[in-house]
Design a protein around this ligand. Structure first.
Ligand SMILES: [Zn+2]
Length: 454
C-alpha cells in the first residue's frame, strides 16, 4: 500500500499537466517543419563544416523564437580544418558503355577539381604483380577488392609497400566496392590541417557498380570511369558549439533534467542527416516549443541541449560534462533521442527509476495507443556507448537512450545516402517530440531527483 501510494501520488498531480502538453501537441505540432528547414535549408552537418555552424545558429534562433531568452552557444572545441562537399558529386562509367555509378567517400579526403576521367584497372596485390602492371597505373582508377565497412574504406593490400608503390605510380585513386547498395561516410580531421592533407583519393561505390566495372575489366574491354568530387577544405580553426536553452524550474531551479540529441551528422552524397539525428534535434526543439507554449512551470529546470561532434566519438557531450563538472551532482537525469525515425517506446533502467518515468509513459500510451511506451527494469543498468547519454552515464548520472519501435528500417538509412527527410514518418516524429516534452516535464516534476545507481 505504501509503495503504491508512492507511485500513484505524483502521477495524479502531474497527469492533467501532461495531458495539457499532449493536447497542445495534437492540435499544433511543428516538428516536421523544423526537420524540413534543417534538411532542405541546411542539409547534412559534418562537425567542422559550415553547415553545422549554420545549424547551430539556426537552432539558437529557433529556441529564441520560442521564447527562450537564455538560449546560447557553448563552444566545445576548435576543429583544425573544416570539411564539406560542394554541389558536384557524381560518377559514371564512360566505356565500354555509359552507366551511372553511385559513390561515397570519407570526409577530409582529397577531391577531384572537376570531373576526373581514367581507365580502370585492378589493384595488384604483390610487388611482383605491381611490376607487371605499373606502366598502366598512371591516371588509373584502381579497383580494390575487399568490401568496405561503414567505418570507411580499408586497405586491401596486406603489404603496405605495395600500396605505397601503387600510390606513387600516379593513380587517380582507389575504388572500393561496398557490400551492397549502401554507401557510408566517415572520417576525421585528426592529424590533418589546411595544408597537411592526405593525397590519395579513396572512394566507395555500390556493389553492383563495382561488379560492372570489374566484369568489363575482366573481359579485357577498355573500361573508363569518371569521378567528380567537390571536396572543400575550410581553413581552421573552426569553432564548434553545443546549443543550450533552459526552462527554469520554479521550486528547485538548480536541479536539472537534461534532454536532447546531437545536431551533427554524416554526409554521404545524397544524405541530409535526417534520421541521424535531424529527428532527435527537431524533436528537442519542438519539445521546447510545446513546453514554453503550454505556459507550464516545471519544478526543476529542464535544459535542452543539441550536441556537436557526436559522430566523431561523443566529443561535444564529453566536453560538456567536463565543462560542467561542478554542477553534475545536481543533474537528476539525461534523456537522449538518437534512434532514428521510429516512435519512442520507452527505456530501460533499474527498478528504482520506474516510478519517475511511469506517469509520462502512461499518459503517452493513453494518448498514442498504437505507440506504447514501457519502462523495462533491469538488474544492473549500463548506458555506455551509442550516443551522448554515455558521457553523462560515465559521470554517474542516470542517463537514458530512448528506445525506438516502428516500421522504419533504420539500418537501411543509418549513415548512408538514404538518410533523407522523405524517409521520416511524420506520425512517429510527432509522438517523439511529444514524448520528449512529457518525459522531461514528468522527471522535472518528481518529488526528488532520480537516485544514483549504487
Ligand atoms: Zn546519431
Amino acid at each position: 500500500m505504501f509503495l503504491a501510494a508512492l507511485i500513484i501520488a505524483p502521477k495524479l498531480q502531474v497527469e492533467p499537466k501532461l495531458n495539457q502538453i499532449i493536447a497542445l501537441s495534437k492540435s499544433d505540432n511543428q516538428v516536421m517543419n523544423h526537420l524540413r528547414e534543417l534538411c532542405y535549408g541546411i542539409g547534412p552537418r559534418v562537425t567542422g563544416s559550415p553547415q553545422l555552424t549554420k545549424a547551430e545558429n539556426w537552432a539558437l534562433a529557433k529556441f529564441k523564437s520560442f521564447g527562450y531568452a537564455n538560449a546560447h552557444l557553448e563552444k566545445w572545441a576548435d576543429i583544425p580544418v573544416g570539411f564539406s562537399r560542394g554541389p558536384n558529386n557524381s560518377a559514371r562509367m564512360l566505356e565500354p558503355f555509359q552507366s551511372e555509378v553511385k559513390f561515397s567517400s570519407n570526409c577530409w579526403m582529397p577531391g577531384t577539381n572537376g570531373p576526373l576521367k581514367g581507365h580502370v584497372v585492378f589493384a595488384p596485390n604483390t610487388l611482383a604483380e605491381f611490376n607487371k602492371v605499373k606502366s598502366k597505373l598512371n591516371g588509373a582508377w584502381v579497383l580494390a577488392g575487399a568490401p568496405v565497412t561503414m567505418r570507411g574504406a580499408q586497405s586491401t593490400s596486406e603489404d603496405a609497400a605495395v600500396r605505397k608503390a601503387i600510390e606513387a605510380a600516379g593513380i587517380n585513386g582507389f575504388v572500393y566496392g561496398a557490400k551492397d547498395d549502401h554507401l557510408h561516410a566517415h572520417g576525421t580531421w585528426k592529424d590533418k590541417d589546411f595544408t597537411k592533407r592526405p593525397t590519395t583519393r579513396e572512394l566507395t561505390i555500390r556493389r553492383e557498380d563495382w561488379d560492372r566495372l570489374a566484369r568489363n575489366v575482366n573481359f579485357g574491354r577498355k573500361t573508363v570511369a569518371e569521378f567528380s568530387m567537390d571536396h572543400i577544405w575550410h581553413k581552421g580553426p573552426v569553432a564548434v558549439h553545443n546549443v543550450v536553452a533552459e526552462l527554469k524550474g520554479t521550486e528547485k531551479p538548480d536541479e536539472v533534467i537534461v534532454i536532447g540529441g546531437h545536431l551533427d551528422s554524416w554526409d554521404a552524397p545524397g544524405s541530409q542527416g535526417a534520421s541521424d539525428n535531424g529527428t532527435g534535434s527537431s524533436s528537442t526543439l519542438e519539445a521546447a516549443r510545446l513546453l514554453m507554449k503550454s505556459g507550464l512551470k516545471p519544478k526543476r529546470t529542464i535544459r535542452f541541449i543539441l550536441w556537436g561532434g557526436e559522430e566523431q566519438g561523443l566529443l561535444g557531450s564529453t566536453e560538456y560534462v567536463r565543462q560542467h563538472e561542478s554542477e553534475l551532482s545536481k543533474v537528476s537525469a539525461c534523456v537522449v533521442d538518437d534512434g532514428g525515425s521510429n516512435y519512442e517506446n520507452g527505456c530501460s533502467g533499474i527498478a528504482a527509476w520506474q516510478p519517475f518515468f511511469q506517469p509520462a509513459f502512461d499518459a503517452m500510451t493513453a494518448a498514442f495507443p498504437d505507440m506504447p511506451m514501457t519502462f523495462r527494469p533491469v538488474e544492473k543498468y549500463n548506458a555506455s556507448g551509442g550516443s551522448d547519454q554515455a558521457s553523462f552515464n560515465a559521470k554517474g548520472i542516470p542517463a537514458f537512450f530512448m528506445g525506438k519501435a516502428g516500421t522504419q528500417k533504420y539500418g537501411h538509412i543509418w549513415h548512408t545516402q538514404y538518410d533523407r527527410y522523405e524517409e521520416v514518418v511524420p506520425t512517429y516524429l510527432r509522438q517523439v517530440s511529444t514524448s520528449m516534452a512529457v518525459t522531461a516535464f514528468t522527471l522535472a516534476s518528481a518529488d526528488t531527483m532520480l537516485p544514483r545507481q549504487k
